[in-house]
Design a protein around this ligand. Structure first.
Ligand code: AR6
Length: 168
């Protein structure tokens, strides 16, 4: 049996979970980084479904099907762009995790995987982001919901090490 919270170093598009979370931008129409990888792996149908969503505000989350991915759903959330930490970035990042978890629970999903939201092009400091991610997920998991397994899917070794240390 897998532990409830785990860190994994992997390409999130390969994971067999109920939902993978996408670190999208507010257009929800694709981009680089993990967003680009998810759209490439899911196929054109994902973009077509995203066009119907009318974008997404920073800190909020919207769900689509997984299309060609192994994951059944994609939860698209928009992380804050780091601007020195004075523009409510920590609270907005926390909201990304909270709203993604709530959406998964509303749909009865059991397993989900998060990338390191905002820590790429959006430049959120990885150590602070990891702390927010782990704290927010831990708090959510204290209350009963359908969500049983959450994977922090790290692309790089340094992120993986940060999460491993926090999850000890
Ligand atoms: N699997 C898991 N993690 C990945 C993958 C992958 N295949 N590819 C990259 N990462 P970023 P952001 C990691 O820049 O900072 C896009 O253009 C990456 O190493 O993808 O939230 C959107 O459209 C990093 O740790 O997202 C937005 O415009 C993490 O994913 C903007 O970038 C997040 O990096 C969002 O920026």
């Amino acid at each position: 049996m897998n532990t409830a919270l785990e860190a994994l170093q992997a390409d999130i598009t390969t994971l067999d979970v109920d939902a993978i979370v996408n670190a999208a931008n507010s257009s929800l129409l694709g981009g680089g980084g993990v967003d680009g990888a998810i759209h490439r792996a899911a196929g054109r149908e994902l973009l077509e479904e995203c066009r119907l969503l009318n974008g997404c505000r920073t800190g909020e989350a919207k769900m689509t099907k997984g299309h060609k991915l192994r994951a059944r759903h994609v939860i698209h959330t928009v992380g804050p762009i780091w601007n020195g930490g004075t523009q409510r970035e920590p609270g907005l990042l926390r909201a990304c995790y909270e709203n993604s978890l709530k959406l998964a629970a509303e749909h009865g999903l059991q397993s989900m995987a998060f990338p390191c939201i905002s820590t790429g092009v959006y430049r959120f400091p990885p150590d602070q982001a990891a702390q927010i991610a782990v704290d927010t997920v831990r708090e959510f998991m204290r209350e009963p919901s359908s969500v049983r397994r959450v994977i922090f899917c790290c692309f790089g070794k340094s992120d993986f090490d940060l999460y491993q240390a926090l999850l000890q």
